[in-house]
Design a protein around this ligand. Sequence first.
Ligand code: NAP
Length: 175
Amino acid sequence: MTRGFYIGRFQPYHQGHHRVVQDIAEEVDELVVGIGSADQSHSVRNPFTGGERIMMITKALADLDLVTYAVPLEDINRNAVWVSHVRSMSPNFDVAYSNNPLVVRLFEEAGIEVRGSPMFDREVLRGTEIRERMIASEDWSELVPDAVENVVAEVDGVERIRRVSDTDVEASPSD
Ligand code: NAP
């Protein structure tokens, strides 16, 4: 039995992340989806709460033939102990999936196997692109699973990101 761990901010969870999860599902029996920066919300870069991202991921993954766990992970100020923090909050896992150089380095230094998680159609399947389209009233829904579109509607997420884009002093939606 192999259990994987896939970390991201998922602001919001989109078709690119979903394709990565589908690829990982070919390699593992169970998957922990770590929701990074779970303490961040209501900003242009991080509009959705940890709880809202749990809903997006749980509902989007419901049809997959894979046992999954969505685990919210607050950021901490000390990279040197971040892997211990992750381990304290997550079911045990055998392999981590990430392309983030810092994340890869921290897991490798902790002796955890890391595999790349290449994203598909990166020209448009980017959190930044989706957040910019929401603010600009352009069509973004095709870039996310239907379940995510429904969660954004339930929490009035587009209105929220538009509203905070007026006041957020760090208003760039970029990564
Ligand atoms: P991130 O900082 O959220 O994302 C950086 C960029 O990587 C974004 O453009 C993101 O695109 C992209 N990305 C995400 N998944 C990818 C993939 N599979 N392939 C290619 N690009 C991808 O970083 P992250 O790696 O997604 O998430 C890491 C999380 O761990 C963050 O929440 C970070 O704060 C946390 N962390 C915390 C500490 C600490 O607290 N000390 C230390 C290390 C990491 P999208 O916007 O399209 O997703």
